[in-house]
Structures are given as structure tokens and as C-alpha cells.
Design a protein around this ligand. Structure first.
Ligand SMILES: Cc1cc2nc3c(=O)[nH]c(=O)nc-3n(C[C@H](O)[C@H](O)[C@H](O)COP(=O)(O)OP(=O)(O)OC[C@H]3O[C@@H](n4cnc5c(N)ncnc54)[C@H](O)[C@@H]3O)c2cc1C
Length: 398
């Protein structure tokens, strides 16, 4: 039919989850398309700090947790991909830092000190000597300790671009889908999706499997499904960014009193080549109840306490609110791993962390089961535009 597209798999949502799965399924020989309603990476993915967590952050109470265990093999899988030898070729993605640091303004003591010491045995973490500290801590006013963690930090815009580059002919921009565009049959299977991109004619998508990786946009599907087993949660953050005229690159968590780092700092480069410090951790979690002016004021005070030897008076600040969107957990806790719900011919997925994308991809491939592979027919989408790759949030706000 003229206005019908036939594929093995249709993916909705072009953040890390959708783009990763698109790459995996194409490599496995499935006919697959991805539909995005805004810009690629426009949800949480472009706002991530870029840390490929290995789990140490989830063990700050001084013991191995299930979340730490589940993510512990991810750095190695990403390293292979970044070297061009993994399941997805990420050899052109920019690595911002080969390691993340964990620092304490004083000494690491008690349970966490013992735990970190035990971790040094398997070389995931290393206690640094003063001369090995990142430059920013090589100041006589710094009295603390620093560990090096085997966790890379990558540039998210370049990650999105590299996942998109080989698949441009498979990615299409559509208007956000509405419930009435999802046509279910009596067996509760999704028969077809009618998608539109005004002013073009609507198109019917027919696929064997539909994978929804639309982050917060998955809620539209959940409302249509009315299935209590599939639900999502939002955990809000109030992130802060600072543009600094002189560059002090830093990629580090500061140990606080709780299981969440007191502050997590990553450094990025703005369009005008100035450095951006991007601030998350407890500052961002507790900041959700503050307005923007108060959040920026608290961030300035925190930086002054943690880095009294640095003059931040020339820095420009901005903040914004963003939700982490995940599969629903008891009491709204962070899921220990990625979440994939498989219902008839629909899958709904949230990676929980972008670092878990390889694990989510693997689970989706396994859940597809013995799906037949066909040559797809996407001619009806030929005139449809491709969505842009989103601009980094610091270039929007600073
Ligand atoms: C501030 C912040 C920092 C983070 N830092 C890290 C980190 O350092 N390391 C880490 O591992 N994880 C981090 N995370 C978590 C990580 O970013 C997310 O787990 C991950 O990006 C989620 O990806 P996703 O593809 O599921 O969703 P999203 O990135 O939200 O993508 C969903 C996509 O679907 C599209 N969409 C929405 N509705 C529709 C619709 N109706 N139709 C079509 N398309 C639609 C959106 O436009 C978007 O492009 C961070 C998260 C936040 C918020």
C-alpha cells in the first residue's frame, strides 16, 4: 500500500536507548526504523554528565550493592566500543576523560575507607599520591584524599552523532504520537501505528515488534495500555552549569555524608570553546525544591567551600530542571538496572543510566526471540525529514 511502511521493528524515541537498539538490530540484519518527535538526544541523553559508571558511586555506603554489581561490567564493554572493537562502533566518540575521580575534603575513613581499600585490590580504584592528583587539587589548601576510578567520561553530543551517522536513512521525524494513532487488535497486540508529520500525509507503520524508548514520552503508550505491570517514575534533578574563563578540567565525585555524592562535577566545552563545569549529585537532587536563583547561590557557596583557592567571581551560572525517567520501583527508588517490559508485540524500555545501554540492547535482542527477518519497505517515508541532533544544553543556556 502506498502509505504503508513494513519493517521488522519500529523504534519510537531517539535517545541513547533507541539509538543503541537501532544500531544493534540493523547489524543483526533486521529491517528497522526509528521515529523521533523532537531532536535526537533531546530528552535526558544530551543532559547526561557522560560518566560511564562502573558502580563505585552506588557503593558509597561502603558495601557492594545490587546496582553497583549490575553496572560493573559496563566500562569494559564501552571501552571495546570506543576502541572500534565492540558491538557498536564508537571509535569517533570524543573521550573527555579516561577516568573519574572520587575525592574527600578530609580523609576517607570508617566503612567507606575500608571498602575503597578493598576495591584497590581488583584495580577498579586507586588511591592517589599527592603528585598524582588532578592539577586542581595540587594546591596546598587542599587537605583531602583522591581516588582514581576506572570510569571514563565521554562527550554526549559526539556519542549521539556517532550513533546516528551510519543510520541516517532509517531515522525519521514525526509529530508526537497520540493514543488514537495506536491501533490494537482484540489480542491486545499493536496492529499498526499511524504517524504524521504535518503537512505530509499520515503514514501507517506495520511492524512485527514495536519498541518504545521515548523516555518520558513512553507515558502516552502506558496510558493506552492501562496495564499496571508497566509503569514509570520520574526522579527530578535541578542541575547547575557554570562557564569559566580559565579552564580547570575536573571529572570527580565529592564524597558526602550520604549514599549520593555531595557534588559530581564534569567538564565540557561550549561552542565558544570556554569550559563548562556541569554540577550534579546531591546538589541537584536536593535542589529540586529551590528556585533557580537559590540553587545557583547554594552552588556558588558549595564551590567556595570545596575550592577556596579558586576565584569563581568571573563565572556565569545557569540552572535547569530535568527528570530522570525510569521503570517504576517500590517507593520510587532508583532501579538497580535497566528496565524492559515485554507485552505481546510491544516492548517498553528505560535504560536507567546511559551506561547501561549495552545491557539493555542485549536484553532487547534476547527478548525478540526467533523473529523473522524481512527486507523492509520504507519507501513511503522517503520524503520525511530527519530530526536534527540536539544542541548541548550549555549552548542553549549559557
Ligand atoms: C542530568 C542527568 C545526568 C545524567 N548523567 C548520567 C551519567 O553521567 N551517566 C549515565 O550513565 N547516565 C546518566 N543519566 C541517565 C541517562 O541520561 C538516562 O538514563 C538516559 O539518557 C535515558 O535515555 P532514553 O533513551 O531512555 O531517554 P531519553 O534520552 O529521554 O530519550 C527519549 C527520546 O524520545 C523522544 N520522545 C519523547 N516522546 C516522544 C514521542 N511521543 N514520540 C516520539 N519520540 C518521543 C524524546 O524527544 C527523546 O529524544 C543522567 C540523567 C540526567 C537527567
Amino acid at each position: 500500500m502506498k502509505n504503508t511502511v513494513n519493517v521488522d521493528v519500529a523504534i519510537v524515541g531517539g535517545g541513547i536507548a533507541g539509538l543503541w537498539v537501532l544500531n544493534r538490530l540493523k547489524a543483526l540484519g533486521y529491517s528497522v526504523i526509528l521515529l523521533e518527535s523532537e531532536a535526537l538526544g533531546a530528552g535526558q541523553t544530551s543532559k547526561a554528565q557522560g560518566i560511564i559508571h562502573g558502580g563505585t558511586k552506588y557503593a558509597l555506603q561502603g558495601m557492594m550493592t545490587s546496582a553497583a554489581q549490575s553496572i560493573s561490567t559496563m566500562p569494559e564493554r564501552w571501552k571495546q566500543c570506543l576502541a572500534g572493537q565492540g558491538e557498536v562502533d564508537l571509535s569517533k566518540v570524543q573521550i573527555l576523560s579516561k577516568q573519574q575521580y572520587l575525592w574527600s575534603p578530609g580523609t576517607f575513613s570508617g566503612k567507606i575507607g575500608g571498602f575503597l581499600a578493598s576495591m584497590t585490590l581488583n584495580s577498579q580504584v586507586k588511591l592517589l599520591k599527592r603528585e598524582e592528583f588532578p592539577l586542581i587539587f595540587q594546591n596546598e589548601d587542599f587537605k583531602g584524599q583522591v581516588y582514581e576510578l576506572d570510569e571514563m567520561v565521554i562527550d554526549m553530543p559526539s556519542l549521539i552523532r556517532e550513533l546516528v551517522r551510519p543510520n541516517q536513512e532509517l531515522i525519521f521525524k514525526m509529530d508526537p504520537f497520540r493514543i488514537e494513532q495506536l491501533h490494537f487488535n482484540d489480542a491486545q497486540q499493536l496492529d499498526e501505528m499511524v504517524v504524521s508529520a504535518e503537512p505530509l500525509e499520515p503514514i501507517t507503520i506495520k511492524a512485527q515488534k514495536y519498541i518504545f524508548t521515548a523516555g518520558a514520552g513512553n507515558e502516552i503508550l502506558l496510558n493506552a495500555l492501562k496495564n499496571k505491570e508497566v509503569a514509570m517514575q520520574r526522579r527530578p534533578l535541578h542541575m547547575v552549569m557554570m562557564k569559566i574563563p580559565t579552564s580547570h578540567p575536573l571529572y570527580a565525585h565529592c564524597l558526602g555524608m550520604s549514599a549520593t555524592p555531595r557534588i559530581t562535577i564534569t567538564t565540557h566545552v561550549a561552542e565558544d570553546r570556554q569550559a563548562i563545569w556541569y554540577l550534579g549529585g546531591q546538589l541537584a537532587e536536593e535542589g529540586v525544591t529551590r528556585d533557580q536563583a537559590s540553587q545557583i547561590q547554594i552552588a556558588k557557596e558549595e564551590l567556595h567551600v570545596l575550592f577556596p583557592w579558586i576565584d569563581f567571581s568571573e563565572a556565569q551560572f545557569a540552572s535547569f530542571f530535568v527528570d530522570r525517567v525510569e521503570g517504576l520501583q517500590e517507593e520510587g527508588k532508583r532501579p538497580d538496572s535497566c528496565v524492559l517490559k515485554n507485552l505481546e508485540n510491544i516492548m517498553v524500555a528505560w535504560p536507567t543510566k546511559f551506561a547501561l545501554a549495552p545491557k539493555l540492547g542485549e536484553e532487547i535482542v534476547a527478548a525478540l526471540g526467533p523473529l523473522e527477518k524481512h527486507v523492509g519497505d520504507v519507501r513511503a517515508l522517503r520524503a520525511w525529514p530527519m530530526p536534527a541532533v540536539v544542541k548541548p544544553i550549555w549552548d542553549e543556556l549559557l
